[in-house]
Ligand binder design. Structure first.
Ligand SMILES: Cc1cc2nc3c(=O)[nH]c(=O)nc-3n(C[C@H](O)[C@H](O)[C@H](O)COP(=O)(O)OP(=O)(O)OC[C@H]3O[C@@H](n4cnc5c(N)ncnc54)[C@H](O)[C@@H]3O)c2cc1C
Length: 518
């Protein structure tokens, strides 16, 4: 059922077994998974069916430190959440990402990759990916020949395969499922403004909700799941501070801390010794591939887990719009799908025909003499990278947030040393020389750009209540009936984009709640 919360009466009380706050990627994945269990599920979603300025403005806040996108730009606030403009790149975290690595501060998940594998496979269905298989040999025909070269396989480097979701816009794709589910009620235009606790701060007693143009009302449930994204999860916990002074789940002062994103930017140029076709991706390509460092190298060099994306320099990240539209269109068609918005894509190709043609020339015909190297590295959790509340409030009275993100020494060392190793390997293979861009050579560089909109870490997972906010089942420490879904629970962030992992964790949490309520 889809319900317009603006039509509820002032002070109404809704009751449910499970309340999910936020109908973004993970909120929708969980709601679908909880269907047919004899449970009454209520999902409350801030926005409606499409973008609107007034709702989006609730996300505005301030940023400082390492450059990052404005807070009302890097996420979206309506049904489907930020999946309404995600790019769809997916890869599970590496086994080493889950390990406690003595050289990485605060590292170590209470879970192993094997615990998540069955849920990664299920998340593949939700995100409309292909088989849960990321072995380079499975995708060899889709990789540029360079990534199949011996020095890229089995030595210090490896080809990291990323599958591509269409990309699934979960609000549009699963709207029908939600509408038809008799046991799931999605309340739209409904903003949670307070998580209400009992006097002992052990249980959530109810949620206070408000519509921008409409009533204030309450929701009472047996279990609550906070699924409002990597920044907003922390904001709601911190702002709900009337019973627990530091906010919900914040007895050990971890809520909002350890913010992580993937700094993504061009960091070097690989000048090839001779024009070469090695880096040309095959026309049949349906996955993306990048280069990463073997786990033994990370252990030996005491590095985080960096990733390097190599593009022919003439295209790079700044490829012409017309060509980007052509590429997205043909990629979907090769998968046998007609992509959402295909007419718009075709229009973009026509509007930038010159760009489309020059992109195709570069991609398929022109000599490739250099590659742009773009980094997408893991960064370390750092307590000083954090979300705090400002005095200024939004239209509904909730304090706005300040995000401060700073890199630490191991982040910079990983980027520099990782690039050096890449340079050593391509040099030894006689392929060319790696020229670092100036900013990488500055002593205390920040990474230019906007970050990657991968907001992780602000309600970190740990078995020790003194070292994190949620336990291995995503339940908030010290709380009987509050869990958190989303990348805010990641203790470390690997190099892989987060959505596949956060959906997998959400599906695991849904199974846990089913078992708990059975
Ligand atoms: C341009 C861009 C490209 C991206 N590309 C990729 C990619 O290629 N691969 C990848 O893995 N990830 C990518 N991401 C990140 C990806 O979009 C997010 O990881 C994912 O959407 C997070 O899912 P979520 O459900 O946790 O949060 P969201 O999808 O943001 O959903 C949160 C939901 O909560 C709602 N909400 C917020 N506050 C409240 C409140 N107070 N009350 C009620 N509801 C509320 C919001 O309206 C929203 O619907 C990209 C992001 C951007 C911006």
């Amino acid at each position: 059922m889809l319900i317009d919360a603006r039509s509820l009466s002032e002070g109404a009380l809704i009751e449910a077994d499970i309340a999910i706050i936020g109908a973004g990627a993970v909120g929708i994945a969980m709601a679908r998974s909880l269907r047919g269990q004899g449970l009454k599920v209520a999902v409350v979603e801030s926005g409606g069916f499409e973008y609107d300025d007034a709702t989006q403005a609730l996300y505005a806040g301030e940023t400082s430190g390492n450059p990052t996108a404005a807070l009302d730009v890097g996420r979206l606030r309506y049904l489907g959440g930020t999946s309404n403009h995600w790019a769809g790149y997916c890869r599970p975290f590496e086994p080493i990402d889950f390990e406690a690595r003595p050289w990485v501060p605060l590292s170590g998940w209470p879970l192993r990759r094997a615990d998540l594998d069955p849920y990664y496979a299920k998340a593949h269905g939700v995100l409309e990916l292909q088989a849960y298989d990321y072995r380079p040999e499975r995708w060899a025909k889709d990789m540029a020949p360079l990534l199949r070269e011996p020095f890229m396989q089995g030595g210090r480097l490896y080809a990291a395969v990323f599958q591509q979701s269409p990309p699934t816009r979960l609000g549009e794709r699963y709207r029908d499922d939600l509408e038809k589910a008799p046991d799931v009620a999605v309340y739209l235009w409904a903003n949670v403004v307070r998580i209400g606790l009992d006097a002992g701060a052990k249980r959530v007693e109810g949620l206070d909700l408000a519509c921008l143009e409409g009533p204030r009302f309450r929701l009472r449930a047996k279990e609550y799941v906070l699924a409002t994204g990597g920044i907003e999860n922390a904001r709601l916990l911190l702002a709900s501070n009337d019973v627990a002074a530091g906010g919900v789940g914040n007895a050990a002062d971890w809520v909002g801390r350890c913010f992580m994103d993937h700094p993504g930017y061009e960091a070097a140029t690989l000048v090839l010794s001779a024009p070469s076709d090695l880096a040309r991706a095959p026309a049949s390509q349906i996955v993306d591939t990048a280069v990463a460092l073997a786990p033994e190298v990370l252990r030996r060099e005491k590095l985080l887990n960096p990733l390097f994306q190599l593009h022919p320099a003439a295209l790079g990240a700044g490829e012409p719009e017309g060509y980007a539209a052509f590429r997205n269109l043909t990629k979907a068609l090769r998968r046998g799908q007609v992509p959402d918005g295909w007419a718009g894509m075709l229009g973009d190709v026509v509007a930038d025909l010159d760009g489309a043609v020059s992109g195709m020339w570069q991609r398929f015909m022109a000599d490739i003499t250099a590659l742009e190297v773009r980094i997408h590295p893991e960064v370390a959790p750092n307590r000083d990278s954090r979300i705090t509340l400002l005095d200024e409030r939004d239209r509904l009275g909730l304090p706005r947030v300040h995000l401060h993100w700073q890199l630490s020494e191991i982040d910079r060392r990983t980027i520099r040393r990782g690039l050096e190793i890449l340079g050593e390997e391509v040099g030894a293979a006689g392929l060319g020389r790696l020229q670092l861009h100036d900013w990488v050579q500055e002593a205390n560089f920040d990474v230019p750009g906007d970050g990657s909109y991968h907001h992780c870490g602000t309600t970190r997972m740990s078995d020790d209540p003194k070292a994190g906010v949620v336990d291995r089942d995503c339940r908030v420490h010290g709380m009987e009936n509050l869990s958190i879904a989303g990348s805010s629970v990641f203790p470390t962030c690997g190099y892989a984009n987060p959505t596949l992992s956060l959906v997998a964790l959400g599906l695991r949490l849904a199974d846990h709640l089913k078992a708990k309520r059975a």
